[in-house]
Write a protein that binds this ligand. Structure first.
Ligand SMILES: Cc1ncc(COP(=O)(O)O)c(C=O)c1O
Length: 424
């Protein structure tokens, strides 16, 4: 390769990132001590502070028993509220507009209970054709829940023939043309398969102008690209925290509800005791009296040991800031793309992520030929210590994560791909 290993090492010295804050899995043999980890878009790596933070919360339980709800160093009852400010900063929201609770698909359902309200001709739900399957299942079941046929209700927008990514203008045109039939627009901010960053402000504007509600699945966007949900006028959003937010397998999710909806008493909502006003919660009244906050969507008392890793992770984002992260992310991903351009030129591999840096986050996706993805990722892992992931049948995804990935990791990935895929 034209770009050498020594050059990658030099780039790491000049632009080191924050790898020391994380535990990187050992390679378990081979030339390098650690794996080259590109699966942070699936499961992020553990921050070193998380272990200690978890133990501190655990020790408070041992020290205080039930009294930890109010007496712990970080009391358990207001624990979710303690995270709201940092979570809000990450998505460009006001603290009252965000809450950490449940998991992503659960939050999407709870938010659709409030915001998917089909009426008359306005029944359809619009998302992208390559939407993550859980979202597809969720919207189809919501349609059925309202007595509608999911095949007629759910619209999946496809790229133009021969193209891999949606064009914003085509999405906006569709929303203008079909607006009167659309109740909900709920795409992903960053597509899980292609890594395409959607134009959230433009699509939100077009959807709302058409009279629809616009919600976003931000699983692959949060911690990856800057977000400004409040100013963009997004109606609602949800995201998980186990990918770029490094909060652990199956970690809790976030939710956003725009300020303009918070005091709307006409919105249907499924209530639980944690959604009522914390000031009067323990009066045990039979009727919920929620505050005008996203916290009103909470149902149950919060799982503190699951919230802890989110606290320590958000502290890292607060310290570094999304601007510095996104800057390094652009440099790192552009470098990986340069490497991939070199090796894909004469191999049956094709990068399908947009080439425009504004239309992608850190992830690059490669089409590798039918049925080859799983086998290729296995060989990359076992022969080279390079961890990528396969999305069947033919996509391999690589996410150099600006917090902990290195230029040398990128070089290793390209070198391994070059070794495993013969020139055509
Ligand atoms: C874009 C997207 N949406 C939804 C989900 C489902 O998330 P959960 O299992 O936390 O509900 C995922 C999981 O990876 C995802 O990537």
């Amino acid at each position: 390769m034209r770009l050498t290993e020594a050059d990658a090492r030099r780039r790491d010295e000049a632009d080191p990132g924050w790898r020391d804050l994380f535990d990187v899995p050992p390679a378990g043999g081979g030339r390098y001590p650690e794996v080259a980890y590109f699966a942070g878009n699936s499961l992020g790596l553990p921050p070193k502070t998380t272990r200690a933070g978890l133990l501190e919360d655990f020790d408070e339980w041992a020290r205080l028993g039930v009294e930890g709800h109010f007496e712990a160093v970080r009391p358990w009852v207001p624990y979710p509220e303690m995270l709201a400010e940092a979570a809000a900063r990450l998505v460009g929201a006001q603290p009252a507009e965000t809450i950490v609770m449940n998991t992503l698909t659960v939050n999407l359902h709870l938010l659709m209970v409030s915001f998917y309200r089909p009426r008359g001709r306005r029944t359809r739900i619009v998302l992208e054709d390559t939407v993550f399957p859980s979202d597809s299942y969720a919207v189809r079941s919501q349609a059925r829940f309202h007595g509608l046929d999911p095949d007629e209700t759910v619209v999946r927008l496809r790229p133009r023939p021969g193209e891999e990514n949606l064009r914003t203008a085509d999405v906006v045109d569709f929303l203008r043309r079909e607006g009167e039939t659309i109740a909900l627009v709920m795409p992903s901010g960053v597509n899980y398969l292609t890594g395409e960053v959607m134009d959230i402000p433009a699509i939100t504007r077009a959807g709302r102008d058409a009279g629809a509600v616009v919600g976003w699945d931000l699983a692959h966007a949060v911690g990856n690209v800057p977000l400004d949900l409040h100013d963009w006028g997004v109606d609602f959003a949800a995201w998980c925290t186990y990918k770029y937010l490094n909060s652990g397998p199956g970690a809790l999710a976030g939710a956003f509800v725009h300020e303009r909806h918070l005091a709307d008493r006409s919105l249907p909502r499924f209530d639980g005791w944690w959604g009522t006003d914390p000031e009067t919660r323990f009066e045990m009244a039979p009727v919920s009296r929620p505050r005008a906050e996203a916290a009103a969507w909470q149902l149950s008392n919060p799982p503190v040991f699951a919230l802890g890793p989110i606290r320590t992770s958000l502290a890292i984002f607060d310290k570094i800031g999304m601007t510095a992260l996104r800057d390094r992310s652009r440099r790192l991903t552009a470098y990986l793309l340069d490497l991939l351009d070199e090796i894909t030129a004469d191999r049956p591999l094709r990068v399908i992520t947009p080439r425009d840096p504004d239309r992608r986050g850190c992830q690059l996706s490669i089409r590798v030929g039918q049925g080859g993805a799983a086998d290729l990722t296995r060989r990359l892992r076992h022969r080279h210590g390079v961890i990528t992931d396969a999305r069947e049948p033919d996509v391999v995804r690589l996410a150099p994560v600006p917090l902990y990935s290195t230029y040398h990791d990128c070089w290793r990935a390209a070198d391994a791909l070059a070794a495993e895929v013969s020139p055509a």
